[in-house]
Design a protein around this ligand. Structure first.
Ligand SMILES: [Zn+2]
Length: 68
């Protein structure tokens, strides 16, 4: 399975093959010139970053609440 990223509605369109034309499932934008992504691959212009390695966000809360 492969997918392409639609920059207009910021969603991924999935396909089982590279058949053309490849239109966004949501807004019907032609994604023919978009790079083909693997199912676990993110588009370069996808603003949503996966929070890999950022496990620290709960730690400061615990430390400040412990400060008695
Ligand atoms: Zn779209």
């Amino acid at each position: 399975m492969i997918r392409k990223y639609c920059p207009r509605c910021r969603t991924y369109s999935y396909s089982a093959s590279m058949e053309k034309p490849w239109l966004c499932a949501t807004c019907k934008l032609d994604l023919g010139d978009r790079p083909i992504l693997q199912i676990n691959q993110k588009a370069e212009d996808d603003p949503e970053k996966e929070n890999q390695g950022s496990h620290q966000d709960s730690q400061p809360e615990i430390q400040s609440g412990f400060n008695q």
